[in-house]
Design a protein around this ligand. Structure first.
Ligand SMILES: *Cc1c(COP(=O)(O)O)cnc(C)c1O
Length: 375
């Protein structure tokens, strides 16, 4: 069976973890945490970063930092992972779901003005498959309406919008190092703070509501409870693992790009009549986070997944649209969002991981061709 994903190890992870253990500080905010944070700040031009236990945690921190209150409205794409919305629901927000574009799973910016009300506090954008949303348009709209923008950049490491790194544009942004992402730490995440106004409080929320981080820098002589917060830090074990991955990021990206491009080139002709291939807008780059095709119908999509499964290939679909989720339906509002529903019904993700062998990829491509040619 060719799996859908296989976590990639660079071979340096254990060495760095042993070093972290030898240093004798295993809780968060140590040497490896700082190395990882600096990597993001320097490489992607982010004002300040904080390593967290997950992207979900980083999103929850964002909701705390934006001071989301019960009744505030937050605009979230329907076609995304649960955490994008849940982090704000935890603060009592009412989620206003945005539909995807008709030609891309990213949210449809043209629809945004119709979703903004006097209660809107923030727009959460998701760079699906690591492909940028139209950030200039989104930031202009947010600024005109006094709204905050959070980029859920869980899938978007090493990807750009008009030469600006994703995760460096919104007031806040979040990354994931879950084992299905390009760069992994088992579970792990990072909060990016691009608006300096959030810098001091972000550290306090990260450190359980205390000013411990400032204490360790020697800025204050005792630390205590100053605000709400939680235990959002990742341990040094996680950071040491992640550091091995960040050191190898160019190699990881090169390999994923080759695999992505081969799928694209070899499926292009077949796709013209049978399905849609991913589209990369001119303002965006592709970080080869995931390769998908969009079938014409749900039946065709389910048939393809089953056919691949019967032939030993594990492909998956994803994102039941959040507006149609059991949780959201309990509130009775469930608009039609046709594009999100179409991607949910018709999209297939193909296996894409560093150690996918060339002959395995050939086999996957050939099996897809067989499926469509035999009707
Ligand atoms: C993976 C993912 C998350 C969640 O990341 P975790 O690190 O597992 O919490 C959130 N949003 C999107 C878009 C994701 O792809």
């Amino acid at each position: 069976m060719i799996p859908f994903n296989k976590p990639f190890l660079t071979g340096k992870e254990i060495e760095h973890i042993e070093h972290a253990v030898a240093l004798g500080k295993l809780s968060g905010n140590g040497v490896y945490t700082k190395k990882c944070q600096l990597f993001f700040e320097k490489r992607y031009g982010i004002y300040k970063t904080l390593l967290t236990s997950s992207c979900t945690d980083a999103l929850e921190m964002a909701a705390l930092l934006l001071d989301i209150q019960p009744g505030d409205e937050v605009i979230v794409p329907s076609y995304t992972f649960v955490s994008t919305a849940n982090a704000f629901v935890l603060r009592g927000a009412n989620i206003v779901f945005a539909d995807s574009s008709n030609d891309h799973p990213n949210l449809d910016v043209a629809l945004l003005p119709s979703l903004i009300t006097t209660k809107t506090k923030a727009i959460i954008v998701v760079h699906y498959a690591g492909v940028a949303c139209d950030m200039d348009a989104i930031m202009a709209l947010a600024n005109a309406n006094n709204l905050f923008v959070v980029e859920d950049a869980a899938q978007a490491i090493e990807s750009y919008y008009k030469n600006r790194a994703l995760g460096s544009i919104g007031h806040l942004a979040t990354f994931s190092f879950h084992e299905t992402k390009n760069v992994i730490a088992g579970e792990g995440g990072l909060l990016a703070i691009n608006d300096p106004a959030f810098a001091d409080r972000s550290e306090i929320i990260w450190e359980k509501g205390t000013n411990r981080a400032a204490f360790f820098r020697g800025e204050i002589d005792k630390y205590g409870w100053v605000d709400i917060g939680s235990s959002f830090l990742a341990s040094e074990v996680t950071a040491a693992f992640l550091w091995a991955q960040l050191e190898a990021i160019d190699d990881i990206q090169e390999k994923r790009q080759l695999l992505w491009q081969r799928y694209y080139d070899e499926l292009y002709e077949l796709g013209e009549n049978n399905f849609y291939l991913p589209k990369i807008p001119v303002y965006a780059t592709n970080n080869a986070h995931l390769f998908y095709i969009v079938c014409n119908t749900l039946e065709q999509r389910d048939g393809l997944i089953q056919y691949l499964r019967n032939n030993g290939i594990y492909a998956v679909f994803h994102y039941l649209p959040l507006h149609q989720s059991t949780y959201n339906k309990a509130f009775g509002v469930c608009d039609n969002l046709p594009s999100a529903e179409r991607f949910s019904n018709c999209l297939v993700r193909l296996p894409l991981f560093y150690t996918l062998a060339q002959n395995e990829q050939t086999y996957i491509i050939d099996t897809i061709k067989q499926y469509f040619m035999n009707g």
